[in-house]
Design a protein around this ligand. Structure first.
Ligand code: NAD
Length: 502
């Protein structure tokens, strides 16, 4: 589908067809580094489109679940290879539509490649258990089985990686999916789905419906057809999804907000810690669920650390992610930038000190984008809102502590529990912190970001609901156990009753 200008109008992907939404309505996708740059027009879908996609997924499930898992996996290996071949154009599209710098979007696409190769391997594993039976001539085992239709709802900050974390394990397990990407990043979603189509995934197995969270997300969370909802996004929306899914007892997998901490002890390699805090705090413009938005520093090295950290933060080059010189891109949208500006004001009112940054950038090369200076707050009290609430922008709050115990208490003193890190040369301190931080991810002498696809990913408290994605843990979300008993004794044997005496 094309408009009369050179801007392309992209369709939904339903039952193997690219098609317009039922309402005929569309929305624009614009570059957050340059809002004059219109990237494409996408479908504003509604409940009707979702129902059509769910029906297609339900029909396709009946054949896809019977395709042997190693054959499903072969298609996924093809998918991984095709994404690898298109890594550079996919990365450029992603930077253009969501702003993070090219090196990071290359990392995002690489993560999708890694996840797809890794999960395709599960097509020949997906281990169950065989165990002895308590009865003679009886065989016992557990096998994984798919659940059916999965709703996949994703955010914009990892536009290809996060969909791959969900869609690929869902497919290898034998499920079918309806995918709703974030409205800020539909092109990266479409690039991914097109590869799945071209790699030969049968029609109806993967469907994509773009549009508003309420209109598209609500039926995806509540429909009777859906057996699994896998959602990544804010805690606020995750709660809505959880409630919408509850009456039909779906499996609900939620990955939500974070307020992650880096703890720096008095014996830390400070240069390394500064490197880590810059990358953890300002990578992806602070728009990562695992962003290191809090830094807790031992009082003995606090001033030295702050001096070095602030000096380096001031040198970061903010700009269009497509420019090789840029180190920090724009916020995703005006709304997200407004949130950053709001929290900077809150921090000032709460009595924290702006050690650097604190302003929007909107002159010269920054005139048409949502840019903000990398900002460091010092003199932050752990109870302040800037130290408690997820800002999702280039804002880091630095706090002082007197001991490891105090650092751990501050680290744990938020509603979220995604990622935490410690910088220390003392193995005892490192192990105590690793044990006592109640998070799903923990790093020693590395920042809070940098997860690898073959380990479980997710968080505690208001970050998650007990599930994990990535690693073999992803199979727990997208499959369920069936225990099978095979009696070859030729007679009725009653468990727990016909107990053999010896
Ligand atoms: P968001 O919650 O606004 O949106 C996430 C997705 O939910 C989008 O596709 C959106 O359209 C959809 N949605 C909105 N309303 C809905 C509704 N009523 N029903 C169903 N779906 C609905 O989040 P965002 O702004 O896209 O992403 C940023 C958030 O995501 C941050 O809080 C960040 O911490 C979190 N995040 C978490 C992880 C993790 O793994 N824990 C990873 C990345 C991002």
């Amino acid at each position: 589908m094309a408009t009369s200008t050179s801007v392309t109008t992209y369709g939904n992907y339903v039952d193997g067809q690219w098609k317009p939404s039922a309402s005929g309505k569309t929305f624009e996708n614009r570059n957050p580094a340059n809002t004059d740059d219109l990237i494409g027009i996408f479908q504003s879908s509604n409940r009707k489109d979702v129902e059509e996609a769910l029906d297609a997924a339900k029909r396709a499930y009946e054949t896809w679940r019977l395709v042997p898992a190693p054959i499903r996996a072969e298609m996924l290996y093809r998918v991984a290879q095709m994404i690898a071949e298109r890594k550079e154009p996919f990365s450029r599209d992603m930077t253009r539509e969501m702003g993070k710098v090219l090196n990071e979007t290359r990392g995002d696409v690489q993560e999708a490649i890694d996840m797809t190769f890794y999960m395709a391997g599960e097509g020949r594993r997906m281990f169950g258990q065989t165990v002895p039976s308590e009865l003679r001539n009886k065989f016992a085992m557990s096998v994984r089985q798919p659940l059916g239709v999965c709703s996949i709802i994703t955010p914009w900050n990892f536009p290809m990686a996060i969909p791959s974390w969900k869609i690929i394990p869902a497919l290898v397990c034998g499920n079918t999916v309806v995918f709703k990407p974030a409205s800020q990043t539909p092109l990266s979603a479409l690039n991914f789905v097109k590869v799945l189509e071209e790699a030969g995934i049968p029609k109806g197995v993967v469907n994509m419906v773009t549009g508003d969270g309420d209109e598209v997300g609500t039926p995806l969370s509540s429909s009777e057809t859906v057996r699994v909802v896998s959602f990544t996004g804010s805690t606020k929306v995750g709660r809505i999804v959880n409630q919408a899914a509850a009456p039909t007892f779906k499996k609900v997998h939620l990955e939500m907000g974070g307020k992650n901490v880096i703890m720096i002890m008095d014996d830390a390699d400070l240069e390394l810690a500064v490197d880590g805090c810059l990358w953890g705090g300002f990578g992806t413009t602070g728009q990562r669920c695992t962003a290191a938005s809090r830094v807790v520093v031992h009082e003995k090295v606090h001033d030295k650390f702050v001096e070095a950290f602030v000096a380096r933060a001031k040198t970061l080059v903010v700009g269009d992610g497509l420019d090789d010189n840029s180190q920090v891109g724009p916020s995703i949208s005006q709304a997200q930038l407004d949130t950053v500006l709001k929290y900077v004001e809150i921090g000032k009112k709460e009595g924290a000190t702006v050690a650097c940054g604190g302003n929007r950038l909107n002159d010269g090369p920054h005139a048409t984008g949502f840019f903000h200076e990398p900002t460091v707050f010092t003199n932050v009290d752990p109870t302040m809102r800037i130290a408690q609430e997820e800002i999702f922008g280039p804002v880091v709050s630095v706090m002082k502590c007197r001991s490891l115990e105090e650092a751990i208490a501050i680290g744990n003193g938020v509603e979220y529990g995604l990622s935490a890190a410690i910088y220390t040369q003392d193995i005892n301190r490192a192990f105590v912190a690793m044990r006592d931080l109640y998070t799903g991810i923990f790093y020693i002498n590395a920042p809070t970001i940098g997860a690898e696809v073959h380990l479980p990913f997710g968080g505690t408290k208001n970050t998650g609901n007990g599930h994990r994605e990535a690693g073999v843990a992803a199979l727990e979300v997208f499959s369920e156990w069936k225990s099978c008993y095979i009696d070859f004794s030729g007679k009725l044997q009653r468990a727990q009753i016909d107990v053999e005496q010896i």
